[in-house]
Design a protein around this ligand. Sequence first.
Ligand SMILES: [Zn+2]
Length: 73
Amino acid sequence: MSVIDTVKEILEASTQNPNRGDSVSESKGAYWCHDCQERILDVDVEGEDAPDCPACDDEMTFERSAGSTGCAC
Ligand SMILES: [Zn+2]
């Protein structure tokens, strides 16, 4: 077996099994209304704007879920 065949096999194996984990939209946090304890996940909200609380109609505040990196202090 030649080296080239081995390299080919490795390349084919890697293209057949693309290991991309970024296709799933992942929640980065959630919108909260602290008065009502209402919570809506960001992935459930269409667009970039904060939704209104379904209970009191106030604008909800966005909070990143713990563990999702990036301290913006
Ligand atoms: Zn509310």
